[in-house]
Design a binder for this molecule. Structure first.
Ligand code: ATP
Ligand code: MG
Length: 493
């Protein structure tokens, strides 16, 4: 189980991003925790039980045979009877155990969902409805658990009944033998004790069969994950361009999230970025801006064309190597349970980086508010970091990326929750900090990216315009429309 856990954790790092898109967190988590636990319990408890039962069964059988083979025959005659009872009852309870596990999963999911979204539930006055759904599912769980327990509970008394039948026959036959003087009273008494013990291992084995069945089901769920296809690591077969003038270039890139090549989001995407440029990417929601960044870091692989980093196709780097050149800050902030200091330090594990944590924090305007906190940098952020504001969370993730001091910095709407003034200040700090470094900035507030070297305007997965702010405004095209609409009411109405 130790190794299985390690393999599963390792597997999570080698499956392609599509796996996470198509499997719910709850499902994967339940496989990694519940199913793994199930396997571990069976191996730890049931295996020893199995050995004990088998040893007891044969041990008792041997002892009975040494006393009297006739009486042993009588006792053994009850075995097929027990097997029939178990064979009929166990599969029935097994069915209800399975539906109990399933309802339990659904119930967990419902609790998790409403618990993490409790503010939304309250604000839409859905408390009553959510309790109602809960009660329905709880009811289903109750019913199936009740049935499973009741039916499996029948096994014990039934087995006892059969055992007692055997006991009576042995007692009667033993009594006759004592009367005939063919056996001593002491031996009959000893034999009766063995008869009592004899049925125990059979019941245990029958129960074990159930446990083993459910464990096999769990193991199947775990192995299903382990058998998932790994990320594609084959080289591109595209010749590198020596001394490429471009830091990054997208060359006739085709990409879509679906299977195959139909329904592509990017049909023929081209973009060249020189070293040291600050490139702003703008465009309406769903235009493909985040997709562009996903491709750049190779979270997804292109379906056609090529993306080159310093002239070499990104598929010819290992993912670790490629990503070591980038630092990125995403739309969704991710902070872990730990101090603010540790959260910033996460970007760069090296010892030398210790001295620059505060510097990065100052540049990202984290320092201002951290100093006002009673515990400063040692403030512990809770799991969803709800003890600081959304904008402050974004600033911390920016400080984290600054600390990496990467060749290429990517900000995907990293400042969307920060006020416009701070946003502009951060961009200024970034320019200073990343002099000569390449950066990609995705932003919806166009006022903040006015001084970008190159503005890429995207729509429906392709570039519709490129140029500096002034050039694009002069063109009076898509960008100018977008820009003006952020300042005037008329163009919206
Ligand atoms: N993981 C995914 N699986 C399937 N489709 C996706 C996935 N991510 C994005 N898409 C689709 O790709 C298109 C582009 O999405 P993308 O996230 O690149 O937009 P965006 O320009 O970043 O938008 P926004 O400004 O809202 O962040 C959208 O139509 C979206 O539905
Ligand atoms: Mg996006």
């Amino acid at each position: 189980v130790y190794e299985l856990r390690r393999d599963l954790k390792g597997k999570m790092n080698t499956v392609p991003m599509e796996y996470f898109d198509t499997h719910s967190n709850g499902d994967v988590m339940s496989r990694a925790v519940n199913d793994m636990d199930n396997i571990s319990n069976t191996l730890q408890q049931s295996l020893t039980q199995l050995v004990t039962s088998i040893v007891t069964f044969f041990g008792v059988l041997y002892m009975m045979l040494t006393i009297s083979w006739q009486l042993t025959l009588v006792a053994v005659a009850t075995v097929p009877l027990s097997l029939i009872v178990v064979g009929i009852v166990a599969p029935k309870s097994q069915r209800f155990f399975a539906s109990q596990q399933k309802s339990l999963g659904l119930l967990n999911n419902q609790i998790e969902e409403t618990y993490s979204g409790h503010v939304v539930v309250k604000s839409f006055n859905r408390e009553a409805a959510s309790i109602e759904t809960f009660e329905k599912e709880n009811e289903v769980l109750f019913k199936s658990s009740w049935k499973a327990q009741f039916i499996s509970g029948l096994i014990m008394p039934l087995m006892n009944f059969i055992k007692n039948l055997g006991y009576i026959f042995v007692a009667v036959l033993g009594g006759i033998m004592v009367a005939n003087k063919s056996m001593t009273l002491g031996n009959v008494q000893a034999f009766l004790q063995y008869t009592n013990q004899f049925s125990q291992p059979i019941t245990q084995l029958a129960n074990l069969m159930n446990t083993i069945q459910s464990t096999v089901a769990s193991a199947e769920r775990v192995f299903e994950v382990l058998d998932e296809k790994d990320m594609d690591n084959s080289p591109s077969g595209i010749e590198p361009i020596p001394n490429s003038p471009y830091k990054i270039s997208f060359d006739h890139v085709q990409f879509g999230y679906g299977e195959g090549t139909d329904d592509l989001l990017m049909k023929d995407f081209n973009l060249d970025v020189k070293e040291g440029q600050m490139v702003a990417i703008v465009g309406p929601t769903g235009a493909g801006k985040s997709t562009l960044i996903n491709l750049l870091e190779r979270f997804y692989d292109v379906k056609g064309g090529s993306i080159k980093f310093n002239g070499t196709d990104t598929r010819d780097f290992s993912r670790e190597e490629l990503r070591s050149h980038f630092a990125m800050v995403l739309q969704d902030t991710w902070l872990f349970n730990g101090s603010i200091y540790d959260n910033i330090k996460y970007g760069n594990e090296k010892k030398e980086a210790d001295d620059f944590v505060v510097e990065a924090a100052v540049a990202a305007h984290v320092d201002d508010f951290v100093r006002k906190l009673p515990h400063g940098y040692d403030t512990i952020l809770n799991e969803d970091a709800s003890n600081i504001s959304q904008g402050q969370r974004q600033l911390i993730t920016i400080a984290r990326a600054f600390l990496v001091d990467p060749e290429v910095l990517i900000l995907d709407e990293a400042t969307s929750s920060v006020d416009t003034r701070t946003e502009v200040l951060i961009q200024k700090a970034m320019r200073k900090l990343l002099q000569g470094r390449t950066s990609f900035v995705v932003a919806h507030r166009l006022s903040t990216i006015r001084d970008a070297d190159n503005i890429i305007v995207m729509d429906k997965g392709s570039v519709v315009e490129t140029g500096t702010h002034d050039e694009l405004m002069e063109k009076a095209g898509f960008y100018a429309d977008l820009y003006n609409s952020q300042f005037s009411e008329e163009s919206v109405s």
